[in-house]
Every structure is written in structure tokens, then in C-alpha cells.
Design a protein around this ligand. Structure first.
Ligand SMILES: [Zn+2]
Ligand SMILES: [Zn+2]
Length: 626
């Protein structure tokens, strides 16, 4: 495609695609100050510069909050006129001969979603610090770092090594996190793919050989499951800070994952599940992408109904990959499924907010009240369950000939490999119907777009399982808190007349520590596992800013727990279906390539109900080397 344009470009248009060079000067680590210079090539005299208001995570974050000042000057050094157009956009005059835009950013947002420069490291998601000329988002870009502290190395999925990083356009640039520090690293090759693991953590928290072994199993399982590897190089970037929140961020050629030392020690399995989830995102959401997110508009919310699929079903595949690489067993798999069902059913909002609505409302997640159980469900949670149920429905509808695995391979061939995007939930429904030959209208109407109660047993019966409920009395701290990104949780609800209320806890208080330990990812589980009547010690920061220590006795409440168990006397058929369900398909069978290997759009296939004629798939994609 790029070559075709060469002959039709006018010189003026061509100039807008001259490379944009960024220089990031690591000015002052103690004060987290970074100076950025953008070299604008000759071109239009008047240009606009935009700093994204969001990137990758579906929340408006207004990165401009941290831009201290901005200057522009021409080739001779003379200042150029600047006019601010809105909070994140500037207009610069007099750039016909090119010029330089300079600004300073305070970068101290920790975690995989952040941008941070301090004496320990520099870690950047570039969308948070690099503005783009609005007429040159497609231009090639380079990034050079200056004043890098001695001894620091650089890790990035972009080519360029220790020199200038190179990206073909802005979208790729901001999908490529960078880490500069004294990190540890290792590499491995799996089925022709080159994997680099970079760990920035205290040495006692970093077990590189074990981590490498785990990651190798995950990439083996997922590339085999997809029969695809659409990259040559992939970077895993880890931070294990002793005392901070946890999260992972997906990218097309890398992932950045942060897990606190406390979580790493209390539940090491979390690391494998986060890696399996983020790695699968390189297909689902990064390449198999809803039309509503392509191309991203960095200036406002990008609404999509498909996050239940892009996020939730990524978690479904994560669990399958962990099972198939023996990082969890079948008991653990069913236990996780049971917990997810319990989590969905225990939120009153599961009958008022659909999976699609939850996807649209992702942009509200930064507001603590939105996260209340009566207000919202999680598209991760319901999407995970829908992924399992869709898989079972496809298996049942096709008598075990097709599954979620073939659906993803179909989506990969039909959309990702052709640089096309799917039509949100409708696109998924049509693809799943085309692959399985099953009418899924009711499934999507009731459980994806609607809020009907899910008849779990109707789906689980195919594999000889059912969901039973048990009433349990568990300890209750008397409050609920919600958190956003790596931030500490904020109390959103205190039960009237509870011990917590009497102890002086208020909505709006920030939780700093529970039982003298910093608040980690699993703090709610840790509290829930405590015995009724035990004393809870909590350190909070009140809305006024004052910090206080509070103690109170844990109360109790009744909950309904779901457990997925085997039915009485399962048939051999059901046991066989379950074995198939738990096993990745080795011999690939696809119904997506009925016309002699030529994929046709799901829409076209739907109109023709052909008999299914399984045939070996051809996965001679550009990246996959058997
Ligand atoms: Zn770091
Ligand atoms: Zn995700």
C-alpha cells in the first residue's frame, strides 16, 4: 500500500510524512522532570500539536495535567507564535521551514499504565508524554534519549537498540513502552520467536530462570492454540515493587506487567495468569480488534460494546492456556470458574447492566461510585463467563467439531491477517455462527446485549457439570472500597451502624494499609479470609488529608457461593466432551476456509448454510513457522 502512494503524493503532502524526531532529556530524576523536544520538518506553516487524553486503558486521564510549559522556535532560534486551542491542543505558526517544539513534563505516574522518571528508572507509555502533529500521525518517528544516567540500559519493543528508537507511525510509537534502568534480563527462543524478558526489581524478588520457564510454557500454549505467531520479537517487561498495586498493560509486541512483592509471595500463580492474559491480547484487541477502536481517537472517549470480548474472553483463553500448559489443573480451573460465577451473581447490577453496557461504561470506571455492586458489573468478569459459555454453546451446536479456539483462528484469519476490524458483538456473533453452524441469536440477545439470568446448568451439562449454590456466612469488614489503576483503594460505602462506622471509617477515606501491610491487589480476599470477630487494623487517609489508625472487629454476612461440580452419573459422551473441552485441538479443523482456503467474510458465509466439511487449515501466515 505504501508504494502506491509514492506516485500520487504532492510535494506538500510528502513533506508531512517526513520523519518526526523526538528527543527526551532526562533532566531531573529527583523532581521527575523530563524535557521533550520535537523536531518538526519543513512543511505547512501552521500546524497543530495534540497530547492524547487517553491511551490503551479506556479512561480519560488528561495527561496534559503534567505538562509544565511549552515553547516553539524556528530554525534560527526565534520564538514562534503559539495559540492554545483546548486543554490538550496547541496551534503553532511559522513552521514552513520547520522548527522545534519544546516542553517539560512532570513524570511520576508509576505502574504499567504510567509514565515515571525517578532515580531508579524511567518507564514511559509515550502517549502520556509525546505530543503529535495532528497532520502527521502517520509519519515515521524516532525517539532519542539524552542525559541517560550512567549504567542504565534500555528495553523497548521498537527497533533501534541503544540508539534512536524507530517507529513507522505515532500509533505504533505509543503502543511501545520503554524502560531505562539497571534491569536484569534473559531471552529465549520458542518455535522461532525471540522473547526478551526484562525485570526491574530487587534481586530477591526476581527469579529469572523460573519466570523464563513459565513464560515459555505460556507462549508455547498460546501460539499453538492460535496456530500463529504474528511477530518475530516480543518483549516481557516486569516490575516487582515491594509495596505497590498490580496490573498489566497489553501491547502488540510487548507487555508491561507490575506485581507487588507482597502479591508475588502470597500468590505466585497471579504472575502466570497476568502474563497469559496480556500475551493473548497481542491477538485479541491488538490485532483482532473491534471497528469501534480503530483507529483510536486520542482526543475523546472511544465507545465500544465489545470489551466483554476483548477483555473478558481474553481471560477465558488465559485460563485455557494455563490449564493446557499445566500451570493450573482442572480442579483449579473449575474453582476459578466457580469464583467468577459467584462474583457476577453477587453483584445486584447483573440484572440491570448488560455486558455490552458495561463495555460502553468502561469510561466511568475511574469514578468510585460507579464500581459499587449495585451500579455496575465487570466486563472482565461477565466476559470471562460468556467466553466459557460461548465455547460450550459452539461445541454443543457443532457436536464438538468447533470451539472458541476455531472462532479465534477464524477471527485472526478473517480480520487480523487482513488488517480488517470486526463489528463489535454483532461481528463476534456472526463469526461464531459461521464457524459453528449454530444460531446464536438468543445467546447474544439474552446474555451479551441483555441481562437475563444465565441458566448455567444448560451450558455445563454438555461436559457433565452443573453449578450448585451454598449459603455461607463470611466475615464482613462493614465497608466497600474501589481502586483505579495502581492507586490505593478509596472507601465508597460504609454500612450504617457497622463496627467500621463506629470506628470512624467514612466514604472517601483512602485505605493505606491493612494489618500493617500496604494494600495489595488481593486485600479484599485477605480480609474475607479472616475469621468473624477478629480485629482489623486499618490505616486510612481522611478526605481532609489527616492519616489515622482505626481498629474494629469483623462482622459477618451471608453470601451465596456457586460451585461447579460434576453431575450425578455423567455419561461417557459427557466425559468425552469434557476431555475435549480441557484439551487444545492438535489437528486443526476449520470451517472458515470452505472455498479452497480462501476466507470469506462472516456476513457472506451466514447466508449460505453449507454442510460442514472439515479440512486441514492452512496457516501459512507471514509470522508462523511450524
Ligand atoms: Zn523500571
Ligand atoms: Zn486485558
Amino acid at each position: 500500500m505504501a508504494f502506491a502512494f509514492l506516485f500520487t503524493l504532492s510535494p506538500a503532502t510528502a513533506q508531512t510524512h517526513s520523519p518526526i524526531h523526538y528527543t527526551i532529556t532526562l533532566t531531573n530524576p529527583a523532581e521527575h522532570l523530563v524535557e521533550i523536544a520535537i523536531a518538526i520538518p519543513p512543511g505547512p506553516a501552521q500546524r497543530e500539536l495534540q497530547l492524547p487524553v487517553w491511551n490503551a486503558t479506556y479512561q480519560i486521564r488528561d495527561f496534559v495535567e503534567y505538562v509544565q510549559w511549552l515553547h516553539a522556535r524556528g530554525p534560527s532560534g526565534a520564538p514562534l507564535p503559539i495559540r492554545k486551542l483546548n486543554k490538550s491542543r496547541w496551534q503553532i505558526e511559522g513552521l514552513a521551514q520547520g522548527g522545534t517544539i519544546e516542553y517539560e513534563v512532570l513524570a511520576d505516574q508509576p505502574g504499567p499504565f504510567g509514565a515515571q522518571f525517578n532515580p531508579e528508572h524511567a518507564f514511559f507509555n509515550f502517549a502520556e508524554i509525546l505530543m503529535y502533529p495532528t497532520d502527521a500521525r502517520d509519519a515515521p518517528m524516532t525517539v532519542r534519549f539524552a542525559a541517560v544516567p550512567t549504567g542504565w540500559h534500555m528495553a523497548s519493543p521498537l527497533p533501534g537498540g541503544q540508539g534512536d528508537l524507530q517507529a513507522p507511525n505515532y500509533d505504533t510509537l505509543v503502543d511501545s513502552p520503554v524502560e531505562l534502568s539497571q534491569f536484569q534480563e534473559s531471552t529465549f527462543i520458542e518455535n522461532g520467536g525471540h522473547y526478551r524478558i526484562v525485570v526491574h526489581a530487587a534481586p530477591d524478588l526476581s527469579d529469572l530462570p523460573r519466570l523464563t520457564d513459565t513464560l515459555r510454557k505460556i507462549v508455547h500454549a498460546e501460539t499453538a492454540w492460535m496456530q500463529d505467531r504474528p511477530f518475530q520479537n516480543y518483549l516481557f517487561l516486569f516490575h516487582f515493587p515491594p509495596d505497590r498495586g498490580d496490573g498489566g498493560m497489553e501491547h502488540a509486541y510487548s507487555t508491561a506487567i507490575e506485581l507487588s512483592g507482597a502479591s508475588l509471595q502470597s500468590d505466585p500463580g497471579q504472575l502466570a495468569s497476568m502474563a497469559a492474559h496480556e500475551f493473548f491480547h497481542l491477538w485479541n484487541v491488538k490485532r483482532i480488534r473491534p471497528q469501534t477502536l480503530a483507529p483510536p481517537d486520542y482526543t475523546r472517549e472511544n465507545y465500544t460494546r465489545a470489551l466483554w470480548f476483548s477483555e473478558g474472553v481474553t481471560s477465558t483463553v488465559e485460563q485455557y492456556a494455563l490449564l493446557q500448559s499445566h500451570l493450573i489443573d482442572e480442579k483449579g480451573f473449575l474453582h476459578n470458574l466457580s469464583e467468577e460465577i459467584t462474583a457476577l451473581q453477587s453483584r445486584p447490577a447483573h440484572v440491570t447492566q448488560s455486558a455490552e453496557e458495561s463495555s460502553l461504561d468502561a469510561w466511568l470506571e475511574k469514578y468510585p461510585q460507579y464500581r459499587q455492586p449495585g451500579r455496575s458489573i465487570s466486563y472482565y468478569n461477565k466476559g470471562f463467563i460468556l467466553g466459557i459459555l460461548l465455547d460450550l454453546a459452539m461445541r454443543q451446536g457443532s457436536n464438538d467439531e468447533t470451539s472458541l479456539q476455531e472462532l479465534f483462528q477464524y477471527l485472526n484469519q478473517t480480520y487480523a491477517r487482513k488488517d480488517r476490524y470486526f463489528d463489535d458483538s454483532e461481528g463476534i456473533r456472526k463469526a461464531a455462527e459461521a464457524v459453528s453452524g449454530t444460531d446464536l441469536t438468543t445467546f447474544f440477545n439474552k446474555y451479551v446485549a441483555g441481562t437475563d439470568e444465565i441458566p448455567y446448568d444448560d451450558f455445563l451439562a454438555w461436559v457433565g457439570l452443573r453449578a450448585v449454590t451454598r449459603e455461607k456466612t463470611i466475615s464482613d469488614p462493614g465497608f466497600r472500597a474501589a481502586r483505579n489503576f495502581a492507586l490505593v483503594p478509596v472507601v465508597v460505602y460504609v454500612q450504617p451502624d457497622s463496627n467500621a462506622a463506629h470506628a470512624g471509617l467514612h466514604p472517601g477515606d483512602t485505605l493505606l494499609a491493612v494489618d500493617d501491610a500496604p494494600v495489595s491487589r488481593d486485600y479484599e480476599t485477605r480480609i474475607a479470609n479472616r475469621t468473624i470477630g477478629e480485629v482489623l487494623h486499618v490505616r486510612i487517609r481522611a478526605a481532609s488529608g489527616a492519616e489515622r489508625d482505626l481498629t474494629w472487629k469483623l462482622g459477618s454476612r451471608k453470601t451465596l457461593d456457586y460451585e461447579v461440580i460434576e453431575i450425578e452419573n455423567p455419561t461417557l459422551q459427557q466425559l468425552l466432551h469434557r476431555r475435549n473441552w480441557f484439551t487444545a485441538r492438535e489437528a486443526k479443523v476449520t470451517h472458515a476456509q470452505l472455498d479452497g482456503g480462501t476466507s470469506v467474510p462472516a456476513r457472506a458465509q451466514l447466508n449460505t448454510s453449507r454442510p460442514r466439511s472439515p479440512q486441514p487449515a492452512h496457516f501459512a501466515g507471514k509470522g508462523w513457522q511450524p
